[in-house]
Design a protein. Structure first.
Length: 421
């Protein structure tokens, strides 16, 4: 029933947009990719498997200043079909000039998204609503300032404690020089207000469903009737406790007594043209937690491919990070991109919170290295496709952690084809 509903909904959206094609511009892209990873779900319990990804993006312009967008993708696993899932996004954007010659512009966006999983992994499901306002002011042709505010609500039906409303504000100044150098300085500030407080510490089981009383558990991992319904650990670390999901003690998450979390991020990015059709981009960032940290799902099942925010919420750690990306345009419509990223993360909870067998009160610390190389080749379009690209990407990830479960490495390769229309 769930899969049928997804197919029908996607078909109706696609049909509605294509029906309006005669009235306005409709464009988009479609892609299909497949690959292999020796640690597909990124944990110390390495799982190798093949995986596929299919995606569709559509845009429709009903008027000069309006844009309606749909995007959706589905992940398919060769040996783990029960983990297959789809994600759908639908939104509308409005653009207007606030001054002559577009010196100041306003961009408004509103949208919703949902993730749908097979019944065995329905606890990944979420619904999200988002609204954003962005203003850009051009001081000159090479210098501008942007500011934005975003309101986002995300709900996990099986994780009421991890559902939240987020307020996120950003400001950035960008400038370009005659040396073909561009510099961008930015500051972000976010506040997450979680949907419920954790349960009162009564030293034993509550037996009444999700902590805070808001859950709608579907069984989830471990087969319990409610997430957190049968075991609430009394362990505390600075106002935080560990909660097990159902009867499976391998699946647990952390909840703070304080139902909010604040974080600031500063970023500096420099881009430089090197020689003909080549450029490099360098970025440094630092995250600062300003209040009690984000709630964290730390169970011994991880799926970074589909839900990184749930398993590695940026609000749950702080520290510096950076990336370097080199891009070279080559003859015959080819492009090569090489990138490396490093993040030094200090988490808000101790190692023992993740693995009680490791009796360490030291905070969890990770040093994450991500490197990837991508090659793509463009071809003339055919049929309804204006352009076709063939690409292949190799990824390497090394996460060095003082928490054994999160100490891992992963290699993966992906080959895909993308068509624009």
């Amino acid at each position: 029933m769930r899969v049928s509903a997804i197919i029908i909904a996607a078909f109706l959206v696609l049909n509605a947009l294509l029906t309006m094609a005669s009235l306005a511009q409709v464009y988009g892209s479609v892609s299909v990719a497949g690959g292999y990873s020796d640690n597909l779900f990124r944990s110390a319990n390495s799982t190798d498997d093949g995986a596929g990804l299919a995606s569709l993006k559509l845009g429709y312009e009903p008027g000069e200043n309006w844009l309606v967008q749909y995007s959706g993708y589905g992940s398919m696993f060769q040996s783990y079909a029960e983990r297959n899932y789809t994600v759908h996004n639908l939104g509308a954007m409005y653009y207007t000039s606030l001054q002559e010659n577009d010196a100041t512009t306003l961009n408004l966006y509103a949208g919703a998204s949902s993730r749908f999983d097979r019944s065995a992994y329905s606890y990944y499901d979420y619904t999200q609503w988002m609204g954003r306002a962005k203003v850009r002011h051009n001081f000159t042709q090479t210098a501008f300032l942007t500011g934005s505010y975003q309101l986002r609500q995300r709900r996990y039906p099986d994780f009421n404690d991890l559902s939240y409303i987020e307020h996120y504000a950003s400001m950035a100044f960008s400038i370009s020089f005659q040396t073909r150098t561009s510099v961008r300085v930015g500051l972000d500030y976010g506040v997450k207000n979680y949907a419920s407080l954790s349960v009162a510490d009564n030293g034993n089981n509550s037996g009444d469903g999700t902590p805070g009383g808001g859950g709608m558990g579907h069984g989830g991992m471990g087969g319990g009737d409610n997430i957190g319904g049968n075991s609430h650990m009394g362990d505390r670390w600075n106002g935080m406790r560990r909660h097990y999901a159902g009867t499976n003690e391998d699946v647990h998450y952390l909840v703070y007594d304080n139902p909010s979390s604040n974080q600031a991020v500063v970023r500096l990015r420099v881009a430089q043209s090197l020689w003909k059709k080549a450029g490099i981009r360098v970025q440094y960032e630092h995250r600062f937690n300003l209040a009690d940290r984000g709630r964290s799902y730390i169970g011994n099942t991880v799926d970074y491919l589909g839900e990184e925010e749930l398993f590695d919420d940026p609000y749950s750690y702080e520290g510096p990070g950076g990336l370097v990306t080199f891009t070279q345009l080559m003859p015959l419509s080819m492009k090569m991109t090489v990138s490396a990223e490093v993040y030094d993360k200090t988490y808000s909870y101790p190692v023992v919170a993740v693995d009680p067998d490791v009796q360490s009160e030291e905070q969890r610390k990770d040093l994450e290295l991500l490197a990837w190389v991508r090659w793509e080749k463009g071809f003339p379009g055919f049929g309804m496709l204006d352009r076709v690209s063939l690409y292949t990407t190799y990824y390497f990830i090394r996460n060095q952690s003082n928490t054994p479960f999160f100490d891992y490495y992963a290699n993966s390769i992906q080959i895909g084809i993308l068509g624009d229309f």
